[in-house]
Design a protein around this ligand. Structure first.
Ligand code: DGP
Length: 114
């Protein structure tokens, strides 16, 4: 499958991986918009939130456990952070492999950006 995040998960292309287990991998965004900008993905390909069904629910649990652990490792668990997933065209999704952005290390500001 010609998916850039599958290739990152399979180590076919390099990335700065900060967390990995059997189901989840997390790596620094190539184009960071905050001092901490990490993407958390399931290793199993699914395009977006809109494609999720019951077989993915275990991965979602692992993703949110990973997010908590990464926040501690990155030292942003106390200061706070934002978790975002973009879905589809109007959501601004560019890579169609489900991913959760962790943004932190400074105040992230208002929710909606134009
Ligand atoms: P979006 O689909 O809009 O939620 O964001 C996709 C993000 O993925 C964007 O912030 C840039 C990042 N990205 C795209 N290609 C790569 C890559 O090859 N490596 C890394 N580390 N990040 C990437």
């Amino acid at each position: 499958m010609d998916c850039i995040f599958c290739k990152i998960a399979n180590k076919e292309i390099p990335s700065d991986i900060v967390f990995e287990n059997e189901r989840v991998v997390a790596f620094r965004d190539i184009n960071p918009v905050a001092p901490v900008h990490i993407l958390v993905i399931p290793k199993a390909h699914v395009a977006s939130v809109q494609e999720l069904d019951e077989k993915h629910y275990g991965d979602l649990t692992e993703i949110f456990k990973a997010i908590k652990e990464i926040a501690v490792k990155e030292g942003i668990d106390k200061s706070g952070y934002r978790v975002i997933t973009n879905c589809g065209k109007d959501g601004g999704q560019e890579v169609f492999h489900l991913h959760f952005h962790i943004l932190g290390g400074e105040s992230i500001g208002k929710l909606r950006c134009k």
